[in-house]
Design a protein around this ligand. Structure first.
Ligand code: GRF
Length: 220
């Protein structure tokens, strides 16, 4: 029996995920893909020993390793990376613990379809050591943000944040663990928004068809 093919069924949004390490956010994205209306076409790492590559392989996702050490400069590495990514023709490129500063050419090539997750409530604490810096600043709340990537490091339009209280006993490690747990809820939600066609980067910031951005989820 021939099964009729529905020409109008939209294919799930193709996503390429870039990682450098553990890939726990990648895992959360893998687990939410079908419900979120997206498909992870490939995972690319600049580190051959990134555990995220194992997670991808276990989920049957294509993987590629491109070591930045093999390239003389950032631009050459980024253009090789672009070629690998574009082979998979993704609608969205997701940075999930990809520990590289990206060139202007790379960022501009994927403008409006390149997102990152950062472990702080942006615009507070861009850059590294965010949990220690949050404790040093005696903030009462901390968290994670997803943003569109622009040329400004951790400075592109913020899409959504999850915020948690900081407690007196917190250490950078305890904060990191609680923030990471929220990242795993936040990132799939934002990717699903993009997959549904509801999310755009505009000159005036991130825009969602029905929700005022940046969306902030507060946990007491
Ligand atoms: C996360 O804390 C994320 O916010 C930051 O890098 C870390 C990646 O962790 N950009 P994982 O590799 O997803 O476990």
């Amino acid at each position: 029996m021939n099964v009729p093919v529905d020409q109008h069924t939209p294919s799930p949004c193709s996503v390429v995920v870039l990682i450098s390490g553990s890939g726990s956010n990648l895992q959360a994205l893998i687990e939410s893909a079908s419900e979120g209306g997206y498909r992870i076409s490939a995972v690319v790492s600049n580190k051959a020993d990134a555990f995220g590559l194992t997670r991808a392989k276990e989920a049957g996702i294509s993987t590629a390793v491109l070591s930045h050490l093999a390239y003389a400069n950032r631009e050459d590495f980024d253009s090789a990376l672009t070629r690998i990514i574009d082979n998979f023709q993704p609608r969205l490129v997701v940075l999930a613990g990809f520990m590289r500063i990206l060139s202007s050419a790379f960022v501009n090539h994927y403008a409006g379809r390149l997102i990152n997750i950062h472990p702080s409530l942006l615009p507070d604490f861009p850059g590294i050591n965010t949990h220690q810096r949050a404790l040093d600043a005696n903030v009462t709340r901390h968290g994670a943000s997803v943003h569109f990537v622009t040329e400004e490091l951790d400075g592109g339009p913020v899409i959504a944040r999850h915020s948690i209280p900081v407690v007196p006993a917190d250490t950078p490690e305890s904060l990191a663990a609680r923030v990471l747990e929220q990242e795993h809820r936040l990132y799939p939600k934002v990717v699903a928004w993009f997959a549904a066609g509801d999310l755009k980067m505009t000159k005036r910031g991130a825009r969602h068809a029905n929700i005022t951005l940046p969306h902030t989820h507060k946990i007491e």
